[in-house]
Design a protein around this ligand. Sequence first.
Ligand code: DQA
Length: 146
Amino acid sequence: MATPPLIYVLNGPNLNLLGLREPEIYGSDTLDDIAERLEERAGALGVRLEIRQSNHEGHLVDWLHEARLQGAKAVIINAAAFTHTSVALHDAVKAIGLPVIEVHLSNPQAREPFRHHSYIASVARGTIAGLGALGYELALDAAARL
Ligand code: DQA
């Protein structure tokens, strides 16, 4: 039987604190809760997931490269604050040539002006924002169909 397609799910800084961190903005689910639901959904969709979180920009760059080397079919990324600062992540997304779906729990467009620009959006296949943890599941459904 063929190995199921692989999808990377990458999470940036402070997302390890989900559940505790400003729950009025980011909700009460922890990253583990989100990961558990994604794994369940992945089983139903017949895909494999590699779910990671780091507070370090270089780790996220390395993992984007790794996704390509491992033959991943797509990447889902919530780059968190690096979304608004990282040319390195922009370049990495562009370099790997995989469909990348940008996810945000909150809607950065409805928040402070410094969150309005995303370095990821212009190189992503699409963006899902403002739908809370559900956004990850919708991104997974989309990634599985790309
Ligand atoms: C975020 C939005 C970013 O502006 C913020 O820095 C985050 C989380 C979100 O998921 O809503 O850390 O990416």
